[in-house]
Design a protein around this ligand. Structure first.
Ligand SMILES: Nc1ncnc2c1ncn2[C@@H]1O[C@H](COP(=O)(O)OP(=O)(O)OP(=O)(O)O)[C@@H](O)[C@H]1O
Length: 231
């Protein structure tokens, strides 16, 4: 199913932050979303996830109009959101944090839905009984991504997953994004780490002052992006 966003506008009060964003993605596609601090990247993800109401514009997935839906409705429509602060529930163990992801499940879970997660993330299995907030930053990022994947989403929105992580862990986190795309998930990836993010992206868009000023293919149009970002 195609994700098609057109003319998306979001305001914070009188401040017009998102100014007519257009974005289209097909299953299995990773779209890197770049831009300097404060240009509206997080606002874009929050608007798609239903955390913010757009003032106008359309978010269609599989032909269904979803703009203005609540976070719950977006979750049931197949959207998963991994916010920048990862939202690990304090006081809950790793296992309990993962189980929270099952609340958004659209179908009945299999007999042991966590088994596949623990196979894929042995480190989470080892720490299943430990409080989620005691994990390292990288492990918390994995936990947040694994929790979203449990709901078997069609679209995953990820905000700055590599922030504050050591390079080896960053590689693991981007490996998870590759897995998602191999499963046919659409990934919208906001990242400051442009080189790493481009390596897993199919396409990119560059945002300045709430509007897309450049878009292209990650492999062939990389130079234009780097020049514009002065990297
Ligand atoms: N809750 C809010 N109320 C008012 N203005 C906000 C709010 N959140 C963000 N903004 C403003 O909206 C603009 C876009 O912010 P946003 O967080 O989307 O940018 P960003 O591109 O994700 O930047 P960063 O990489 O720093 O997170 C900024 O000018 C910011 O100050």
């Amino acid at each position: 199913m195609t994700l098609e966003i057109t003319g998306l506008n979001t305001h914070y009060g009188l401040s017009h932050v998102l100014q007519g964003i257009d974005l289209r993605a097909e299953p299995g596609e990773v779209v890197g979303i770049f831009g300097r601090n404060g240009v509206g990247k997080t606002t874009l993800l929050k608007t798609i996830a239903g955390w913010l109401k757009p003032s106008s514009g359309s978010i269609r997935f599989g032909g269904r109009e979803l703009a203005g839906s609540t976070p719950d409705e977006m979750c049931r429509a197949g959207f998963g959101f991994v916010p920048e602060d990862r939202r690990i529930f304090p006081g809950l163990t790793v296992r309990e944090n993962l189980e929270m992801g099952l609340l958004g499940l659209r179908e009945r879970p299999g007999r042991d839905p966590l088994a596949a997660v623990f196979d894929r993330f042995p480190r989470l299995a080892e720490r299943a009984g430990q409080a989620g907030t005691t994990l390292s930053g990288g492990e918390q990022q994995m936990l947040a991504m694994a929790r979203v994947m449990l709901a078997k989403p069609d679209v995953v929105l990820i905000d700055e997953p590599s922030e504050g992580l050591a390079p080896m862990i960053v590689a693991e986190v981007f490996g998870i994004i590759r897995d998602m795309c191999e499963m046919g998930v659409i990934v919208l990836l906001v990242e400051q780490n442009v080189h790493e993010a481009l390596a897993v992206s199919d396409n990119y868009l560059l945002i300045e002052r709430g509007a897309v000023v450049l878009r292209g293919a990650a492999d062939t149009d990389e130079t234009a992006l780097m020049q514009r970002l002065h990297i």
